[in-house]
Design a protein around this ligand. Structure first.
Ligand SMILES: *Cc1c(COP(=O)(O)O)cnc(C)c1O
Length: 398
């Protein structure tokens, strides 16, 4: 070979032996993928995962995570996106065209609503909000232009658990009435809360299941990623090609973190479920607390449907505060918490809380006067978390 050091180091002849086996899969990183021949360069296929062509189209590391997320959700195909929000926007862009209409639950994840308001509207795609706790309301809002219906179970922040099979049935009936000539309405679930653990989205009838892998699959509060899982090959193709044209990619290092977190997802989910249930039951009835929301808590909206359709509940619970308590006292309560940190996201090791102003984020109204605080249980001991809430609760007293 050449005497020039830089060329020699880049084209060094040593290759490690094949067949290295370890618990953790290898972390592959690439923009360029090297082909053995021009023929291979021309014919390599990535769409069915039979080959590699370019970093954006997948590496062994991203293909492994896609297969595991698809298995977790009981789906067949998975596409990874750089955040949960980008996965959500990808679903919108894959299935909506100018002139189409999109239906979003009124309690949906806020930034997903903002994407419809800020971007889709400018592209001639209209959106409307519906009451996810009332399938008749969804039925009344479907028009001949409707092409995508989002679900979220439970709703963001207020955690009402909807009757997904009933909502799916409404869309199926509309598709049957539209006839075979029309593009069918696609149903998509933001399955971040269920994470493939609490219930199986496809068994409840949805077409597309999107997740923020940022939450449970990662579990570390240190990585952003999203996924779109499908069972139907034509739907998967639509997502995959839109994903390719948008140039969405995820890094090998981030993928490694999610693969690592995924191994403990079920243990973490069950542990945080137990903690959230215990804290929810305790918080209900404390002075200053008007009502506690958690699908696993009897009396919480949609609890009976949750019992029918789900096997577990996530780390989240919210408290509607007594309307007599001014917002400044709610803020002081949140500031006084020591273990519950102030911040967005959830399903990480650290417990979190954040105050919300529901009237400003709900289009169809919100029945409770007064403020609301959402809590996310982390992995701390439940006794310490209860003591933390107890020491801050007196701040809610007038
Ligand atoms: C966090 C979250 C998202 C977005 O995930 P990011 O990775 O933060 O973009 C979407 N939907 C729900 C329900 C979420 O909680």
């Amino acid at each position: 070979m050449t005497d020039h050091l830089s060329t020699h180091l880049i084209h060094h002849p040593y290759k490690p032996p094949e067949g290295f086996e370890a618990v953790a899969p290898g972390v592959h990183k690439a923009s360029t993928v090297i082909f053995p021949s021009v023929h291979a360069l021309r014919t390599a296929e990535w769409k069915d995962k039979s080959g590699y062509t370019y970093g954006l189209h997948g590496t062994p590391t991203t293909f492994i995570l896609e297969e595991r997320i698809a298995a977790l959700e009981g789906g067949r195909f998975c596409v990874l996106a750089p955040s949960g929000l980008s996965a959500l926007a990808l679903v919108d862009m894959a299935f909506l065209r100018s002139g189409d209409e999109l239906l979003i639950p009124d309690n949906a994840y806020g930034p997903g609503k903002a994407f419809a308001q800020g971007e889709l509207a400018a592209w001639g795609i209209t959106h409307r909000f519906y009451d996810p706790m009332n399938p008749a309301d969804l039925a009344a809002r479907i028009t001949p232009a409707t092409r995508l219906v989002w679900f979220e179970a439970p709703g963001s922040i207020t955690l009402e658990f909807p009757d997904l099979p009933a909502l799916v049935a409404v869309v199926k009936a509309a598709n049957a009435a539209n006839g075979a000539h029309a593009r069918p309405i696609v149903t998509a679930l933001d399955n971040t809360w269920g994470a493939g653990i609490a219930f199986k989205a496809f068994e409840l009838g949805v077409d597309v299941s999107m997740q923020a892998l940022t939450k449970y699959p990662s579990g570390g509060a240190d990585v952003l990623m999203g996924s779109v899982v499908t069972r139907d090959e034509a739907l998967h193709r639509a997502v995959l090609l839109c994903h390719m044209r948008l140039g969405l990619g995820v890094s090998g290092n981030d993928t490694e973190l999610v693969l690592r977190g995924l191994q403990t997802i079920e243990l973490r989910y069950r542990q945080q479920d137990a903690t959230a249930r215990e804290l929810s039951a305790w918080l209900q009835g404390q002075p200053g607390i008007a009502r506690v929301f958690n699908p696993a808590l009897p009396g919480s909206p949609g609890h009976e449907v949750w019992r029918r359709d789900a096997r577990a509940s996530a780390c989240l619970f919210s408290a509607a505060i007594d309307p007599a308590v001014p917002q400044a006292r709610i803020d002081a309560f949140c500031d006084a918490l020591r273990l519950f940190k102030l911040g967005w996201s959830w399903a990480g090791p650290v417990s979190l809380c954040a105050p919300y102003d529901l009237p400003s984020i709900r289009t169809l109204g919100w029945p409770h006067a007064g403020g609301l605080v959402r809590f996310a249980a982390g992995l701390e001991h439940v006794d310490d978390l209860r003591a933390d809430l107890a020491q801050a609760l007196p701040l809610l007293q007038a």
